[in-house]
Write a protein that binds this ligand. Sequence first.
Ligand SMILES: *[C@@H]1O[C@H](CO)[C@@H](O)[C@H](O)[C@H]1NC(C)=O
Ligand SMILES: *[C@@H]1O[C@H](CO)[C@@H](O)[C@H](O)[C@H]1NC(C)=O
Ligand SMILES: *[C@@H]1O[C@H](CO)[C@@H](O)[C@H](O)[C@H]1NC(C)=O
Ligand SMILES: *[C@@H]1O[C@H](CO)[C@@H](O)[C@H](O)[C@H]1NC(C)=O
Length: 338
Amino acid sequence: MARNFLSFASIVVLLPFVSAQLDIFAQLAGKKYFGTATDNPELTNASYVKQLENVLDFHQLTPANSMKWENTEPTQGNFTFAGGDQIVEQAEKHGQIMRGHNCVWHQQLADWVTDGNFTKPELLAIVENHCGTLVRHYRGKMYSWDVINECLNDDGTFRESIFFNTTGTDYIGVALRTARAADPHAKLYINDFNIEGQGAKSTAMINLVKSLQKEGVPIDGIGVQSHLIVGEVPSTMEQNLRDFAALGVEVAITELDIRMNLPATPALLQQQKEDYTTVITACQNVPECIGVTLWDWTDKFSWVPGTFAGQGAACPWDENFVKKPAYAGIIEGWLERQ
Ligand SMILES: *[C@@H]1O[C@H](CO)[C@@H](O)[C@H](O)[C@H]1NC(C)=O
Ligand SMILES: *[C@@H]1O[C@H](CO)[C@@H](O)[C@H](O)[C@H]1NC(C)=O
Ligand SMILES: *[C@@H]1O[C@H](CO)[C@@H](O)[C@H](O)[C@H]1NC(C)=O
Ligand SMILES: *[C@@H]1O[C@H](CO)[C@@H](O)[C@H](O)[C@H]1NC(C)=O
């Protein structure tokens, strides 16, 4: 295939001589990056940082928390970028590209936004100032931004956040237009969960993107978070990515992890390996799927146990930074052919 700089045959010939590495194989499959989320407190663990800096596995970083609203505009007009800047500096040291995350989300939002009794014009001005200032601060440094995060309910209706309740869907266009003006080269995404397979929420995402396109609102990509459950990867995932790509936007797997009920057993770890392969194969087979990001690479720093009681072991490396079968499952996904 023209988009690959090595043929599939030569990869197979070279395979015994290279140790498997996630980004190398993603790039051989024609993708822009394989990457991972990371968070500021984790950067104090030297052996964690050593693997985070392994560019053969990770060519892209996403800040898990430090660019969210509560951390970047904790009081009105008071912008604090130190945490986000640290992640960008960490990435720049090793030539890793960045996904910005995020401008507008109903969680980890500063209380002053929710509690301010703002009118519609006031809140739209607040969204404009927040997204504009945040995206402008990182102008030229981001491959993409999750401008809108989780604006839909599972049934396909709009989430009744403070933004929707006060402005309807107007905040979405304001945020996207503002982000475009603030950094014209960053790809602008809407990011959500439970849009991995076909269904009401994915259809709603398609309709939202179509309506934005009709209104001339800039939208470049759909972020498919992919917080999945072992044994439950939707069978329609690849077709769903194709449905999104048919809108003329790129797609990315933005927050991949695949959790299980603890304790992890060999059978669950084997199923998890197959599930990672399935997800990566879906991205591999859809040219517009431009990259994959893990929602951190080690179980030590996974958000899963803190959010889903009794579940965990969702990442490709365990708590001691030892690779699980899932690691080889990702490589196998990149080697699957259409
Ligand atoms: C801005 O926010 C930071 C972090 O919460 C805080 O330490 C600082 O006092 C705030 N400054 C103003 C002027 O509100
Ligand atoms: C918002 O309105 C509520 C109810 O009227 C009131 O209790 C609260 O003090 C108001 N908050 C602000 C910041 O004005
Ligand atoms: C938005 O409105 C709905 C319906 O009235 C309400 O249940 C919900 O609490 C509101 N959300 C916020 C963040 O105000
Ligand atoms: C970093 O994490 C590893 C793996 O869990 C652990 O063994 C090590 O003690 C940690 N190092 C620090 C400095 O916390």
